[in-house]
Design a protein around this ligand. Sequence first.
Ligand code: MN3
Length: 197
Amino acid sequence: MAFELAPLPYAHDALAPFMGEETLQLHHGKHHQTYVTNLNNLIKGTALEGQSLDAIVKASYGDPAKAGIFNNAGQHWNHELFWQAMKKNGGGAIPGGLESRIKADFGSVEAFKEAFTQAGLTQFGSGWAWLVEDGGKLKVTKTPNGENPLAHGQHALLGCDVWEHAYYLDYRNRRADYLKAFLESLVNWEFVASRLA
Ligand code: MN3
């Protein structure tokens, strides 16, 4: 069965003013839809057709002959996590279990937020900033383009899209302002905590 674009888990105007209606219409309805359409076309009639998205991401990573499949499968995977990891009136308190893990591995919530923000700011060009579980520890990472923690054997808890299409309409060139709004006003911390192993 072909992959399908799931509806957003909130209305297109639910995240405004931190992520505006036009951004969500284009980002979800056009950019994400294009990754899904491209992925379906690229795997049609190949051994990957009918496999799970996770399996396709892992099977195509690092194979130059499957770069197009990986880019689109990775971006479909990344955006599915990204939409769920935000909510209306997001940000705020981090659930206790997750907060304890963050304090244990980063020293403080502030130190985690600084590391996450720096990862997003220093990802040159398009890519993602992540909070991952890796070998029982929480870590902050960054990846270029459609690459993701799954390809690196890590478990993603939170991802922030730092491609310009994610923030340019709302923040222009101010990626730092977007990252701050993401952490303080958009993240669904209950969802992030629910992904802890
Ligand atoms: Mn995107």
